[in-house]
Write a new protein. Structure first.
Length: 99
């Protein structure tokens, strides 16, 4: 991705990631990311990466995507959210990385 950046800085490069298996698939599903950083004199990048999303259930998946363990878990979350047993919230994590 950084190969597409020209110059010595990147400001708020945006994207998203879909987690397709494991804990992150069930806990997060999809998240947005934002990258800012500068290229140092030694050629390495000093980056700040923010990953964020709103934790919510906005669709019933078994009707359109079939019955799977993941879709059933999502639909349970959707039902709990609809009756007030679960609530949406925003979360974010920011970390620094030398690349």
């Amino acid at each position: 991705m950084l190969k597409k950046v020209k110059g010595n800085s990147v400001n708020n490069l945006k994207g998203s990631v879909n987690f397709t298996s494991g804990d992150l698939h069930y806990a997060v599903g999809k998240a947005n990311f934002y990258i800012t950083g500068t290229k140092q004199s030694n050629g390495k990048w000093s980056l700040s990466v923010k990953v964020a999303d709103t934790y919510n259930f906005d669709e019933i998946r078994t009707l359109t995507k079939g019955i799977t363990k993941s879709n059933l878990a999502n639909d349970l979350g959707w039902a709990m959210q609809k009756i007030g047993m679960a609530h949406t919230y925003f979360w974010s994590v920011t970390f620094s990385k030398a690349y």
